[in-house]
Design a protein around this ligand. Structure first.
Ligand SMILES: [Zn+2]
Length: 275
């Protein structure tokens, strides 16, 4: 399998000289199987560039959405395949509070965006499979879902193919102040031994206690989870908008100096991981 990061930033796009290395686009990841199946997770601003690449073919698009906060859907109106006739786009919304499974398309309404959803040319198919009987089959991928610890809810996904497993767990607070939707122990079990974990690491200790309960994890918590769940590779994701390349390099150096067995790195835009 191959994973490409099209957007790594949390909360808000951050163009500029200080974010060139790790990227300024918001959440979007592409997972590809060796056989060519594709699965997109999230439609932050990073999906625009992916769309420019996909526009050259007419294959069906499959998109999983973690939740409807704007940094996870705001790139969708700029995803060129939605303007192509004879294009099928399959969308798998997450469950949120309030539950708005069509939020990604409802933003295209003539107010937030100049067009109305009825002006799109692609055929959009919204899927709400029965997640109680996981895994869900999408192309040749097996997909598992868990509830993230995040304001308004949402979903994490584990994608399995050909004996390899990639988990996408962003906007997830590992130690929230309230009773978690998914406990630390449950995350450990769910993620045990995955080949690549993409996990939110937006915060550092100095952000607390102000941001405790805002639905993101500390970098140090992700490092600990990586070790206790024996995860091979970990991409720290959803970088804080205020975190510069130098700040992230500083944290990478701190992690590199630790005696840990997991390969932990900060996801960079356009980075490709082969597993
Ligand atoms: Zn969020």
């Amino acid at each position: 399998m191959k994973v490409t990061f099209y957007g790594t930033r949390g909360s808000c796009p951050t163009p500029g000289e200080s974010t060139l290395k790790y990227g300024g686009n918001t959440a979007c990841v592409l997972i590809e199987s060796d056989g060519g199946d594709k699965l997109i997770i999230d439609a932050g601003t990073g999906i625009r560039v992916l769309g420019d690449e996909m526009v050259k073919n007419h294959e069906d698009v499959h998109l999983l959405v973690s939740h409807n906060h704007y940094d996870h859907i705001q790139g969708f109106p700029f995803f060129k395949p939605i303007y192509q006739a004879d294009r099928n786009i399959h969308i798998y919304p997450s469950e949120t509070t309030p539950n708005k499974p069509r939020a990604i398309i409802e933003q295209i309404n003539g107010s937030y965006f100049p067009l109305d959803e009825h002006e799109l040319r692609a055929s959009l198919h919204f899927h709400s499979p029965d997640w109680s009987t996981q895994p869900i089959k999408i192309n040749h991928f097996n997909v598992y879902r868990r509830t993230i610890n995040h304001p308004n809810g949402g979903s994490a996904y584990l994608v399995e193919h050909d004996g390899k497993r990639v988990a996408y767990v962003t906007d997830n607070e590992l130690s929230p102040p309230e009773t978690p939707q998914t406990s630390y122990y449950e995350w450990k079990e769910f993620l045990l031994g995955v080949d690549l974990l993409i996990h939110d690491g937006q915060y550092i200790e100095q952000d607390m206690p102000l941001k405790h309960g805002w639905g993101h994890s500390l970098i140090n918590e992700v490092v600990e989870l990586s070790e206790t769940s024996h995860i091979k590779q970990v991409a720290i994701y959803s970088h804080d908008p205020d975190r510069t390349d130098d700040d992230i390099d500083h944290w990478q150096n701190k992690i590199d100096a630790m005696n840990i067995s997991s390969n932990i790195f900060f996801a960079k835009e356009q980075q490709i991981i082969t597993i």
